[in-house]
Ligand binder design. Structure first.
Ligand SMILES: C[S@@+](CC[C@H](N)C(=O)[O-])C[C@H]1O[C@@H](n2cnc3c(N)ncnc32)[C@H](O)[C@@H]1O
Length: 320
């Protein structure tokens, strides 16, 4: 990454003596001005200098301000040791909640009473995905329930705090949600979930697992992410997609197996692996799949669905 010129620092100081603190992280005057405004708006004046000094050390802004907006209404509390929710994740979760809201609205219009519908979010982190899905979809299906699991105590504690914070704000029903510390790679994970969910089936499996390959982590990852965000949330590869699909086709699920899945991923190798494994496990040829691209036209998610949830084809930018 090119070094910033003394001229740029001088220009920044000419606008505000606070701006040079923000340049190393923001790299441009425009985005430094934006961040300075957020700091001034969200923190009391006596905390500004401390915040600017932390930012100069590349601490992510969300850890300094303590939150990140997610979707239309949610404010997700951010704490160190738990991944900060990303805009790319927010984008596909909003698309998914729109599609599911439409699906439940249509069943309401046709006077079909909504059935219980359970979404399981594996690797839930701050809980941002189930909280956003629940807050958007619940008006259209009061019987929706959402389960978030994560291996990290920090993550589960933060997800519970986020449930509380947003519950007050949105008046959500806490019985809709269940967060639990579980390891995806543990054989008992599904049993534990089933017991806690009163043996209800899971209809949709979603996950944003750690998917950064070790080489990319070492060579290409942004410095502030590497310095301050948890490695446990970042480092991972094919083993996560392998485990997610094996869980999907596990005998515990089989009678009432999920009808759809969405996994966030980061590269074409992960897409090919997941697609090939799905074909191998799908003995009765029931599954369709497609891809979601992000605003930079990069592959963001692989989506799978059975005919019951054909509506999910609408979320895909490309069918596979
Ligand atoms: C990329 S983060 C996603 C967090 C959140 N869902 C989001 O989108 O912001 C991945 C999460 O996976 C969790 N994780 C890592 N290994 C796991 C495992 N074996 N079982 C369950 N969760 C795991 C990490 O603790 C982390 O919170």
């Amino acid at each position: 990454m090119p070094r910033l010129s003394p001229k740029l620092f001088k220009e920044a100081a000419g606008i505000s003596h606070y701006l040079p603190y923000l340049l190393p992280a923001c790299r441009s005057i425009t985005s430094s001005v934006n961040e300075l405004n957020w700091i001034k708006n969200e923190l009391p004046k006596h905390k500004w200098l401390k915040a600017l000094k932390l930012r100069k050390k590349l601490v992510p802004l969300q850890y300094i301000l303590g939150n990140q907006p997610f979707g239309n209404n949610l404010s997700i509390k951010c704490e160190k040791n738990v991944l900060i929710p990303r805009n790319d994740t927010e984008d596909w979760v909003i698309k998914l909640s729109n599609i599911l809201s439409e699906y439940f609205q249509n069943t309401n219009n046709n006077n079909i009473v909504n059935k219980p519908f359970t979404i399981l979010d594996v690797c839930t982190g701050s809980g941002c995905i189930p909280l956003l899905l629940g807050s958007e979809i619940r008006p259209y299906n009061k019987q929706i329930s959402l389960i978030g699991i994560d291996i990290s105590n920090f993550a589960i504690n933060l997800a519970l705090k986020n449930l509380k914070i947003n519950q007050n704000f949105l008046n959500l029903d806490s019985r809709t949600y269940y967060f639990s510390k579980q390891d995806l790679f543990n054989n008992n994970t599904l049993n534990n979930i089933k017991n806690k969910n009163n043996s209800k089936s899971v209809d949709l499996l979603v996950s944003n697992p750690p998917y950064i390959h070790s080489l990319e982590y070492t060579n290409n990852l942004q410095k502030s992410v590497k310095l301050y965000e948890p490695k446990l949330a970042l480092l991972g590869h094919l083993e996560f997609y392998n485990q997610l699909l094996y869980k999907l086709f596990h005998p515990h699920f089989l009678n009432n197996s999920p009808n759809a899945f969405i996994f966030e991923l980061g590269n074409d190798q992960q897409v090919q692996f997941t697609k090939n494994l799905l074909q191998k496990l799908d003995k009765s040829n029931q599954w369709n799949c497609g891809l979601i691209y992000d605003s930079n036209n990069l592959i963001r998610c692989i989506v799978g669905w059975k005919t019951d949830l054909n509506i999910l084809s609408k979320i895909c930018d490309k069918l596979l």
